[in-house]
Design a protein. Structure first.
Length: 222
């Protein structure tokens, strides 16, 4: 397994960096991402630049080609491809995911563009400490099939004047758990799903960092 080989080797340079800033490491974050991983990158950048006192500790993807895994490699974080390809039985996969999280002492789990549901063991272990970011104002425009451009197409088709970003706790239904924080984004008359997606994504990057910071300081208690 590619990430296994990296093991702690990938983690140490980052710890050194945090120490170098003279700040104590904050809460340890595990990221799950299936594709691009730009939200995860926004958090990693904020941590590196000292704008956010959290500590990414492991990245997991169900997609071995995910750009998110390449980003993790580049940034020096342990990363794993864990999917039905590596673990065909759902229960095995759930256990492997939980073991990876525990191995790297993850305290919070951030689903940032993860296109799978977590298994019952992982959900139970991290209940109340798993967040998902969604590119709309839930409970509208969420649920199965509401991902990527489909969300923005539906928002425009419905004639909405505003959309936004939702960060919520994760349960066993897609886009369903308690809402932790939301921010609004205007929909313009001339918007296409592409232009709207860009505006919402830029907001996601800022808002995820800001929300994690509020959780880290205790200002926001999910
Ligand atoms: C984001 O729009 C997020 O809200 C949704 O999936 C997308 C992931 O984008 N859940 P990225 O992989 O973080 O670039």
């Amino acid at each position: 397994m590619r990430g296994e080989r990296l093991g702690l080797r990938g983690l140490q340079p980052h710890l050194a960096l945090v120490r170098g800033h003279g700040k104590s490491p904050g809460m340890k974050l595990a990221f799950f991402a299936s594709h691009r991983g730009s939200n995860m990158q926004a958090v990693m950048d904020a941590c590196k630049e000292g704008r956010l006192q959290t500590e990414p500790c492991v990245v997991i993807s169900n997609n071995s080609d995910a750009e998110a895994l390449q980003r993790a490699e580049r940034e020096g974080f342990p990363h794993y491809h864990l999917s039905t390809k590596t673990h065909p039985e759902p229960e095995q996969l759930d256990v492997a995911i939980l073991q990876a999280l525990e191995r790297h002492k993850a305290e919070w789990v951030i689903l940032a563009g993860y296109m799978r549901k977590l298994g019952p063991k992982t959900l139970a272990h991290y209940r109340g400490r798993i967040l998902n970011i969604h590119p709309a104002l839930l409970p509208k425009y969420g649920g199965k099939g509401m991902y990527g451009t489909h969300v923005h197409e539906a928002v425009i088709a419905a004639g909405e004047k505003e959309t936004g970003v939702t960060i919520h706790l994760v349960d066993d239904e897609y886009d369903h758990g308690a809402i932790v924080a939301q921010c609004r984004v205007p929909v313009r008359d001339e918007d296409t799903p592409t232009t709207l997606a860009e505006r919402v994504l830029a907001c996601e990057h800022r808002f995820l960092v800001e929300t994690l910071q509020r959780i880290q300081t205790g200002e926001l208690k999910p």
